[in-house]
Design a protein around this ligand. Structure first.
Ligand code: HEC
Length: 122
């Protein structure tokens, strides 16, 4: 319910551009996706959990690399599960949210960008 309200507030009460509104919608959806799929390990503030799960607050990953990581997971010193059920739109919303929260960048990472990134994963 909270999320639904957040979506409508900017539409009714401001003169923001369509671009800004879409960015906020992506970000709000992305936050919900982060809670559902990432927060258990990386925590709400992105600070991670001891030595088990790394902090993602200052990750140097590009949005492209992030899209691939989320979709395919990673096995390094630790193990991050893949997310095969997340679609391009979900990943676009997630990346948009993360960039805003930890990158200070209010900019949509588009669905097309995600599709392209996923075709070129290492
Ligand atoms: C089961 C726990 C777990 C979940 C759930 C999880 N991760 Fe991870 N994540 C990890 C581990 C462990 C690593 C380190 C992998 C390695 O390199 O060994 C990692 C690495 C990362 C990194 C790289 C950090 C860096 O700078 O190298 C990012 C970014 C990241 N995760 C984001 C996410 C996002 C976004 C989600 C949700 C879609 C997510 N993770 C879900 C455990 C998890």
């Amino acid at each position: 319910m909270k999320y639904i309200l957040l979506l409508f507030v900017p539409i009714f009460f401001s003169c923001q551009s369509k671009e800004e509104i879409t960015q906020q919608q992506y970000s709000v959806e992305g936050m919900a996706l982060y809670k559902a799929n990432c927060e258990n390990c990386h925590q709400a503030d992105g600070g991670g959990l001891r030595d088990l799960y790394p902090s993602i607050q200052k990750t140097h990953l590009s949005p492209e690399a992030l899209a691939c990581l989320v979709k395919k997971g990673k096995k390094g010193n630790g193990f991050m599960p893949a997310n095969p059920k997340l679609q391009a739109l979900d990943i676009a919303e997630l990346v948009t949210y993360m960039r805003e929260k930890w990158g200070g960048k209010k900019q949509i990472y588009s669905v097309d960008s995600v599709r392209l990134a996923l075709q070129n994963c290492p």
